[in-house]
Design a protein around this ligand. Structure first.
Ligand code: G1P
Ligand code: ZN
Length: 550
C-alpha cells in the first residue's frame, strides 16, 4: 500500500443503536445484526471514545476466524488509523486466540486489544459474532469501562474512518497507512514461547517419545488448531494427527465449538471403546475454554481447578508456590478445600473472567477458574484452554499416573464435590425474569423450610465487593445452602443471544470412601428435586428437562 492511496480520516454520520450493551464477555449478536450499516463501526467508535486519546497508542487485533472476522478486521484497522493509533498488531489471517491476544497485549505493552469472537457459539452467516475490548493488562474490560462504552453507544452521532485499501492479512509483513504502522504477526509464536517457558517440556516430551503416551486434541475447527499443532506436535513431539479438526473454519465445520461431552463427541469416542487413548482434550471457538478427559474418564472443570491447585508445585512456573486461588461463585467448592489445606486465600467472584482481573493484577491469586470449562492463571488475563491441557500433561508426565488415578487420589484425600449444571436454553425472557423475581421475593422466608426432605439453611442473592477496588456487583445469582452440605444456584445467562437461558447449578460434598464413584446426576438427584420444588422450573420454562446437562 502506498501512502498516496490514503485519504484523510473522515467522520461518518451514524445513528445510535440501543442494543449494544456488552455482556460478561463483550458484545455478542447474530452476524446479520453486525452487518447492519454502522453497527460494528458504532461499537468500535464507542470503544475508542472511551479509551481516548488513541493517538500514538498500540493496539492488538485478531479473532477466532469465524464468519465476518476478516471483514470486521479491515473495518477496525481503518477506524483505528483514523482514530490516531500509531501501531496495530494483527494476527496473520486475522487469527488470534483469546489467550494469545492477552499474551501479545502484555508482551508488547499495547494499550489493549480488540478481540473478535463469540466464544463457543456456532459461527456462519446466520450464527453469532462478537467483539470485546481487553485493556493493557490483557484482560477483559472491567464493568466500569463496559458501562462507559455502552453509554457512548447510546449517543454516538459519528464514527471516524479512512479510505484505504484492505490490508493483506495473509502475509507476515508491515504496512503503513497514514501515521499508523500495521504489523501482520505470527499469531502462535509468542504464545507457544510463553507455554514453553512455564511447563516442564522435557518430561512432557518424554511422554510422547518414550512412553508411547497416546492423546488427541480436538480443536473443533476453531482457533486453537494452529496453536495445538505447534505446541503438541512440533515442540512436544506428539505424532502427526494428534490434533484433529485443526484447521480453523469460518463455520467451525458446521459444529458447535463448545468443548463438552455433547459437542466434542468425536473426541469422547476416542477415549472410550476397545482401544481408548490415554488423554483427550478440546478447546472452544476462541481457545479459552478446555475440556480434559482421561481413559474413559471425565474431569469436571471444578475438580480440575482443585487438582491443578493441589499439584501446582509439579509445574516449573508455580514451583515456588501460589499466592491464592479464586473461583466463580457457581463453581463447586472443591478448590476451597485445597486452599484451606494449603493455607492460601480462596476468593469467590461473580461469573465472568473479568472479576479475576483485579485479584490477578494485585498478586492476590495465581490460579482461578469457572465451572464453565474455564481455567487460568496469572500468565495472561484470560482463561486459557491450551494452558490447562498442558498443565494436565505436565502433571501426568511428572506424577507418572493416569488421569483417573490422579483424580481418584484427590477425592480420597479431600472428598468429592459432585457438581452439575442444568441449562434451559432460549426460554421466554419474561417467564425467566418472573421466575427469578419470585424466587428473590421468597429468599427471606426460605431458611428453615424443608423441600424434598432437605432443610434450607440459608439463602441469598450473591453480591461481590471487589477486595482490590471495593467496587460492588449485585444480583449475581440466588444461592441456597442446604443442611446436607448441598448448594443450589439459580442465575440467568449473560451471554445467550436468544431469549433467556436459565442455569441451575447443583453441588454436594461427599467424603464417604464408599460413595465417591456414584453417577453425578444420581448423587445429586435430591438436590434436583429441591430445585424444582422451590422455584417450579418446569412450569416457568415449559420444559420437562434441561436442554443441556454438564
Ligand atoms: C458463560 C459462563 C461463564 C463464562 C462466560 C464467558 O456465561 O457461564 O462462566 O465466564 O460464559 O465464557 P453465562 O452465559 O453463564 O453468563
Ligand atoms: Zn471462549
Amino acid at each position: 500500500m502506498t501512502t498516496e492511496q490514503v485519504k484523510q480520516p473522515k467522520q461518518v454520520k451514524t445513528q445510535a443503536f440501543s442494543d449494544q450493551k456488552p455482556g460478561t464477555s463483550g458484545l455478542r449478536k447474530k452476524v446479520t445484526q453486525f452487518q447492519q450499516t454502522g453497527y460494528l463501526e458504532n461499537f468500535v467508535q464507542a470503544v475508542f471514545n472511551t479509551i481516548a486519546p488513541c493517538t500514538g497508542k498500540k493496539l492488538v487485533l485478531g479473532g477466532d476466524g469465524r464468519f465476518y472476522n476478516r471483514e470486521a478486521i479491515q473495518v477496525i484497522i481503518r477506524m483505528a488509523v483514523a482514530n490516531g493509533f500509531a501501531h496495530i498488531l494483527v494476527g496473520k489471517g486475522g487469527i488470534l486466540s483469546t489467550p494469545a491476544a492477552s499474551c501479545i497485549i502484555r508482551k508488547n505493552q499495547a494499550c489493549g486489544g480488540v478481540i473478535l469472537s463469540a466464544s463457543h457459539n456456532p459461527g456462519g452467516p446466520d450464527e453469532d459474532f462478537g467483539i470485546k475490548f481487553n485493556g493493557e493488562n490483557g484482560g477483559p474490560a472491567p464493568e466500569k469501562l463496559t458501562d462507559a462504552i455502552f453509554e457512548q453507544t447510546l449517543s454516538l452521532e459519528h464514527y471516524q474512518t479512512i479510505e484505504a485499501d484492505d490490508v493483506d492479512l495473509d502475509q507476515l509483513a508491515t504496512v503503513q497507512i497514514a501515521q499508523c504502522q500495521i504489523d501482520i504477526i505470527d499469531p502462535v509464536s509468542d504464545y507457544a514461547d510463553l507455554m514453553e517457558s512455564m511447563f516442564d517440556f522435557d518430561s512432557m516430551k518424554a511422554l510422547f517419545t518414550q512412553d508411547n503416551f497416546r492423546m488427541c486434541f480436538d480443536a473443533m475447527h476453531a482457533v486453537n488448531g494452529p496453536y495445538a499443532k505447534e505446541i503438541l506436535e512440533n515442540r512436544l513431539g506428539a505424532p502427526d494427527g494428534t490434533v484433529i479438526n485443526g484447521v480453523p473454519l469460518t463455520d467451525f465445520g458446521g459444529g458447535h465449538p463448545d468443548p463438552n461431552l455433547v459437542h466434542a463427541h468425536e473426541l469422547v469416542d476416542l477415549l472410550h471403546g476397545d482401544d481408548p487413548l490415554d488423554f483427550g482434550a478440546a478447546s472452544d471457538g476462541d481457545g479459552d475454554r478446555n475440556m480434559v478427559l482421561g481413559k474413559a474418564f471425565y474431569i469436571n472443570p471444578c475438580d480440575s481447578l482443585a487438582i491443578l491447585t493441589a499439584n501446582a508445585n509439579c509445574v516449573p512456573a508455580y514451583a515456588e508456590g501460589i499466592s491464592g486461588v479464586a473461583r466463580s461463585m457457581p463453581t463447586s467448592r472443591a478448590v476451597d478445600r485445597v486452599a484451606t489445606a494449603m493455607n492460601i486465600p480462596c476468593y469467590e467472584t461473580p461469573t465472568g473472567w473479568k472479576f479475576f482481573g483485579n485479584l490477578l493484577d494485585a498478586g492476590k491469586i495465581t490460579l482461578c477458574g469457572e465451572e464453565s470449562f474455564g481455567t487460568g492463571s496469572d500468565h495472561v488475563r484470560e482463561k486459557d484452554g491450551l494452558w490447562a491441557v498442558l498443565f494436565w500433561l505436565n502433571l501426568i508426565a511428572v506424577k507418572k499416573q493416569p488421569v483417573s488415578e490422579i483424580v481418584r487420589n484427590h477425592w480420597a484425600q479431600y472428598g468429592r464435590d459432585y457438581f452439575t449444571r442444568h441449562d434451559y436454553e432460549a426460554v421466554d425472557s419474561g417467564n425467566a425474569q418472573e421466575m427469578i423475581a419470585q424466587l428473590k421475593e421468597k429468599i427471606p422466608s426460605l431458611p428453615g423450610q424443608v423441600f424434598a426432605g432437605i432443610n434450607i439453611e440459608s439463602a441469598d442473592d450473591f453480591q461481590y465487593i471487589d477486595p482490590v477496588d471495593n467496587s460492588k456487583t449485585t444480583a449475581q445469582g440466588v444461592r441456597l445452602y442446604l443442611s446436607n452440605g448441598g448448594r443450589i444456584v439459580f442465575r440467568l445467562s449473560g451471554t445467550g443471544t436468544q431469549g433467556a437461558t436459565l442455569r441451575v447449578y447443583l453441588d454436594c460434598y461427599q467424603n464417604d470412601p464408599d460413595l465417591l464413584e456414584q453417577d453425578t446426576q444420581q448423587a445429586l438427584s435430591e438436590l434436583i428435586q429441591v430445585a424444582e420444588e422451590v422455584v417450579g422450573i418446569k412450569q416457568f420454562t415449559g420444559r420437562e428437562k434441561p436442554d443441556v446437562i454438564t
